[in-house]
Design a protein around this ligand. Structure first.
Ligand SMILES: [Mn+2]
Length: 325
C-alpha cells in the first residue's frame, strides 16, 4: 500500500508524533508489524534513570526519518501494514515485577494476533518481558519454537543474580532466564560486543554455561566484521530470530545518551552495527527492540534518539523485507 505522506509530513515538529509517522491503531490484528513503546525503567532504574522516556524521544524524532531503505532498495512503509500500537501502559512503573507482567501480556497479545513486534525501550529488562510473551511453547509467531537471539550489547545481561537493586526479572538477568525457560535457544544465539573492564575475570562464564556464542570486542577486532557476519548467519540458520539492540554496543561518541556506558574500549561504529544487522537479511526475523536510551542525557540535537530511531528502522526493514518476499 502506497503511503501518501508528503515531504513536509516528515518534518517532526508538527502532527501527532506516532513512531515513524505510522497510523496509530491499538489493535495488532490490523498490523503485520506492530511498533510499540515500552516506557519501562524499573529493571535498572536504581542506577540508570529515565530510560522510560526513550519511546517519547524516538516518537519525537522518528517522523524525520526518510522512508526508503537504500541498501535494500524499498520502503517498508509502502510494502507492509505497519501500525503504531502505542505504549505499554505501566501505571505501577516503580514495581518492576508487575511491569514485566504487563509488558509480557501486551506483547503476547501482539504475537497472538499474528503481528511482529518492533519496540523501543525502556531498559534492557523489557527484552525478557517481551520474549517470554512471544516465543516458545504455544507461540503463533515461532510455531512454538524458542527464538534465536541476536544480541548486540556491551554486556551479556546473563548474570546469575537473585535480584538487581530489588528487580528480580531485571536488565541484568533477562538473557539468563529466557534460556532457562526455554524461550531462547542458546545454541542458535549470539551475544556480540562485550567490552570494558569487568567486575570479575569470570564475567562471561554464565553465558558460556548457558550455551551462548559470545563474541567479545577483542575477538571481533581479531576476526573482523565479515567473519562475524558469517558466524551470525551460520549460527542462527533457519531459526526464528529476535534482535535486541542495546545502544551501549555503540561507541559512546556516537550514542552518548545511553545507560551503562563503556567508555574505555571503542564500541561499534554505526556502519559496523548496520552490517551485522544486515547479515541476517532474509532470515525469519520475528521481532526486535532497541533499548537503553536515556533522553535526559542526550545532546541538544537529539543525536542518540536519532541513532535509536535509525536502528529501529533497520529492524523494521529486516522484518518487512522478509514479509514481502
Ligand atoms: Mn543490555
Amino acid at each position: 500500500m502506497a503511503e501518501d505522506l508528503t515531504v513536509l509530513d516528515t518534518l517532526y515538529w508538527w502532527g501527532i508524533p506516532t513512531l515513524f509517522r505510522c497510523p496509530a491503531d491499538p489493535d495488532p490484528a490490523n498490523a503485520q508489524i506492530a511498533l510499540a513503546g515500552v516506557p519501562h525503567s524499573s529493571g535498572n532504574g536504581s542506577t540508570e534513570r529515565d530510560q522510560h522516556l526513550g519511546p517519547r524521544a524516538v516518537r519525537n524524532v522518528s517522523a524525520h526519518n526518510r522512508r526508503i531503505h537504500k541498501a535494500y532498495g524499498f520502503s517498508p512503509w509502502d510494502t507492509c501494514t505497519i501500525r503504531d500500537v502505542g505504549d505499554v501502559p505501566l501505571p505501577e512503573g516503580m514495581d518492576n515485577e508487575l511491569c514485566v507482567e504487563r509488558i509480557t501480556a501486551f506483547f503476547k497479545g501482539i504475537a497472538d494476533a499474528g503481528a511482529r513486534p518492533v519496540s523501543i525501550g525502556g531498559d534492557h529488562g523489557i527484552t525478557g518481558a517481551i520474549v517470554q510473551g512471544i516465543a516458545g511453547a504455544g507461540s503463533r509467531l515461532t510455531d512454538g519454537r524458542p527464538v534465536a537471539l541476536l544480541h548486540l550489547d556491551a554486556h551479556t545481561d546473563s548474570y546469575d543474580l537473585p535480584h538487581w537493586n530489588g528487580a528480580i526479572k531485571s536488565a541484568a538477568n533477562w538473557a539468563d532466564y529466557l534460556v532457562r525457560q526455554g524461550n531462547v535457544d542458546p545454541a542458535r544465539s549470539l551475544q556480540i560486543g562485550m567490552r570494558g573492564n569487568p567486575r570479575t575475570l569470570t564475567w562471561l562464564q554464565p553465558s558460556y554455561d548457558l550455551g551462548y556464542e559470545v563474541v567479545e570486542m577483542e575477538r571481533y577486532r581479531e576476526i573482523g566484521l565479515a567473519a562475524t557476519c558469517d558466524l551470525i548467519r551460520e549460527r542462527i540458520g533457519d531459526a526464528p530470530v529476535y534482535v535486541t539492540f542495546d545502544l551501549d554496543c555503540l561507541d559512546p561518541s556516537v550514542a552518548p545518551a545511553v545507560s551503562n556506558l563503556e567508555a574505555g574500549v571503542t564500541g561499534f561504529t554505526v556502519d559496523e552495527a548496520n552490517a551485522m544487522l544486515r547479515s541476517i537479511r532474509g532470515l525469519n526475523v520475528v521481532g526486535g527492540d532497541v533499548v537503553c536510551l536515556m533522553p535526559t542525557k542526550d545532546l541538544p540535537n537529539n543525536i542518540t534518539a536519532m541513532v535509536a530511531a535509525h536502528f529501529l528502522f533497520e529492524i523494521v526493514s529486516l522484518v518487512a523485507e522478509k514479509l514481502r518476499a
